[in-house]
Design a protein around this ligand. Structure first.
Ligand SMILES: [Fe+2]
Length: 390
């Protein structure tokens, strides 16, 4: 949903007869969003894309998010979950996703796969945005192969068939935002016709689309769909990769976080300036290594703030985090609305005179409160809230 692309062979108009040199008909698949009112992609298959034989409850999939269920008796507090201590569940990406926090708009998960997906998967519940903290591989789809690696965001739009093919011998450690409505670019970075503004913190060329090479048959016929957290399995009659061409604006893409063109101001800029993706109910921001504020008396550290309307989670990826103590690579802080948050004691004044930061972090603010899953509590740092005491 970044820009309209076309790849391979497509007919002169949509919905018209399209054949090969021998007169065999190509089969159009209309992948449409928001009914028939939103962005769409048309694919042209060698065979009927909707033909299948067996179907039933799937043997593949991951557990739905479950709230801890205890928090009403616990005091409101700032929290820290150590994702690097989460046990490696292993298996394929489709089987190894572990929900940590969620609300009606988004599910935030950890994914630490050890093997490639053996089947094709599509998520009818939302757009999946991964951040590759560690790892690399290929996202294989009917629209082509998309290589991904360290520090990439990988977006798999809702209901796009895919499987992850992991690079051998590479440790994989990802986070995932399952956006249950629609992921988009923040409005402030777009022109009135949807083009990315020249003064936005990224440009169209930063978004990498799949490389299309034509029909492919890996011999895999099992296709798994998640809808309302229920996994259903189909045996397809043909390879879903039998596409000769496609045309549209719905496709997976990658965006490397270091492509984000960070801003610095005379004085500290609020997180909106780091806004990278938006969705109904929240925003995702990228904090990348950058020069910081340049007023001679600027305080580069964030000011203490009341997140009046937002719950905030921050995934600390790499670098030194000047505002926090006891935080490491893979830490997730959760600051719920209602309790002020800000730098650790001493960090605010200690940041004066700093001219750069090498922090690399992904943040999400949500307008609906987040639930915490038991899986996160299992790796909670119970000293975190108390660490603000002088
Ligand atoms: Fe904050």
């Amino acid at each position: 949903m970044i820009q309209r692309l076309v790849a391979g062979e497509v007919p002169a108009k949509h919905h018209i007869k399209f054949t090969d040199a021998e007169g065999r008909i190509r089969h159009e698949e209309a992948h449409t969003r928001e009914g028939f009112d939103g962005p769409f992609t048309l694919m042209y298959h060698l065979h009927e894309p909707h033909r299948h034989t067996e179907w039933g409850v799937s043997e593949y999939g991951f557990a739905p998010p479950v709230a801890e269920g205890l928090d009403t008796v616990m005091p409101l507090r700032r929290r820290h979950f150590k994702s690097f201590e989460l046990p490696r569940r292993g298996g394929s990406p489709l089987n190894s996703r572990v929900a940590l926090q969620f609300n009606k708009d988004v599910v935030f998960s950890s994914v630490k796969p050890t093997e490639s997906d053996p089947v094709y998967f599509s998520n009818a519940d939302g757009d999946d945005l991964y951040y590759i903290h560690k790892g690399s591989g290929i996202l294989r789809t009917p629209l082509g192969d998309l290589r991904f690696g360290h520090r990439d965001y990988v977006c798999v739009p809702r209901s796009i068939k895919h499987r992850f093919v992991l690079d051998e011998g590479v440790e994989q450690d990802w986070i995932c935002f399952e956006i249950r409505n629609t992921i988009r670019l923040p409005k402030q970075w777009l022109t009135h016709n949807g083009q990315i503004r020249m003064d936005a913190p990224f440009c169209h060329r930063d978004f990498i689309a799949p490389t299309f090479t034509g029909p492919n048959d890996e011999g895999i016929r099992t296709f798994v769909v998640k809808q309302q957290d229920r996994f259903t399995q189909f045996t397809l009659a043909h390879s879903p990769l039998d596409v000769v061409g496609w045309d549209g604006s719905v496709y997976p893409w990658t965006f490397n976080i270091l492509k984000f063109q960070a801003r610095a101001g005379l004085v500290h800029l609020p997180p909106d300036w780091h806004g990278t993706f938006a969705f109904g109910g929240g925003i995702i921001c990228s904090f990348v290594p950058r020069m910081v504020d340049f007023h001679e008396q600027a305080i580069p550290c964030p000011y203490p703030h009341e997140a009046v309307h937002c719950d905030e989670i921050l995934f600390y990826a790499e670098g030194n985090f000047i505002s926090r103590k006891g935080i490491g690579s893979g830490s997730i802080s959760y600051h719920p609305r209602g309790v002020m948050h800000g730098p650790h004691p001493g960090a605010y004044e200690g940041s004066i005179g700093h001219r750069s930061t090498n922090e690399l972090a992904v943040m999400m603010d949500t307008f609906v409160p987040l639930e915490v899953c038991k899986t996160a509590i299992a790796v909670e740092d119970n000293e975190y809230h108390g660490s603000w005491r002088p």
